[in-house]
Design a protein around this ligand. Sequence first.
Ligand code: UDP
Length: 328
Amino acid sequence: MLCGAAGFLGSHLADRLLADGDRVTGIDNLATGSPANLATANSHPHFRFIEADVSLPWTWARDLDKPDLIAHFASPASPVHYGREPLATMAVNALGAMHGVELARATGARLLFASTSEIYGDPLEHPQPETYWGNVNPIGERACYDESKRYAEAYVTSAVRTLGIDARIARIFNTYGPRMQPGDGRVIPNFCMAALRGEPLIVYGDGRQTRSFCYVADLVEGVVRLAKREALTGKIVNIGNPDEFTVIDLARMISQIAGRPLEIVNAALPPDDPRRRRPAIALARKLLGWEPQVTLRDGLPATLEYFRLAAGLPGVLASRRSIVATAE
Ligand code: UDP
C-alpha cells in the first residue's frame, strides 16, 4: 500500500514496486499529485488506485487484502505548496502517520514513513548525520512541514518501542527528476522552466545557500532497500546525494545544459530558508549498501527534457552537444 502514489516520488516508487513484481494499492487525494504520474502504473494489472485523503480515517482499508508494506509518501513537499496549505500538511503527516501505525499494528504490515531533511531545519551541524537533532523554528512558515514530519517521526518511533511494529523512516533530501510539477515552486522546476522559456532565473537571497540534489532513480533505489531489507526495524536513514552545490552553481549548470546565457535576477530569501544542506550517508552505505550513482550534471538533461515536454515548449536539447562543448 502506497500513500501519495500520484506524487513525484510516490509514482516512481509505485512503478518500481510493480516492476519488482509487487501488487500496489495507491492512495492519493490528488491535492498535489497528478493522475498523469500514474499513467505507467495504471496500465499494470497489479496496480489499483483509491482516491482518498489519508488524514481521514482509513475506512477503505477494510476492503483490502492485508498489506505487507504501508509506505507513507503523502504530503505536499514544496515550500510553496505546504505554505499554501499548512493545516492540511500538518494533518496528512501527523494523522496519516497515526493511521499508518494503526493499520501496521492491526495487520502486521511493515511501515515506511517518508520523512525529510527539513527535520534538521537550518542545520548547525554540517553535513547532517541522523544523530543530529536539528534547528527548527517551530512557529515559522516552514513549521507546518518540518514539525509535522518531526511529530510523525516521534509517533512512529514511539510505536516501534511500545507496539512492536516494524517501521522504518527515510529522511529524504532534495530530489529531482521527471514528474516534478513545473509550477511547484522548487528551485529545479523554476530554473528549468525559466531557462526553457528564455527568462532570467530568480535566485532567492545571494544564492550562496547550498543544497545537495539526488536523482529520483537513486532515491527510489535507496527507499526500496530500506523498505525491503530484513532486520531494519526502527532504523532512520538519510537518503540523498552528498554532492553539495550553491544555488548559483545550480543556476549556472542549468543555463549551460539548456544552452542559455546565465541571466539571474535576485529576490528576497524566504524566511527560515536553510543556509546549507548536505546528507551524511554513512548509515545508508552501511545498512543498505546504497549510494547515489547519478551526478547532478548527468541527471539534469533528462529532467530538463521532461519539463520541456510537459510544458509543450520547443526543443533545446538538440543543440546540447555543442552547448556542453562550449561550456566545458
Ligand atoms: N530557490 C531559488 N529560486 C527559486 C526557488 C528556490 O533561489 O526559484 C532557492 C531557495 O531559496 C532554497 C533553494 O533554492 O535556498 C532550494 O529551494 P527549494 O524550494 O527547491 O527546496 P528547499 O530545499 O528549500 O525545501
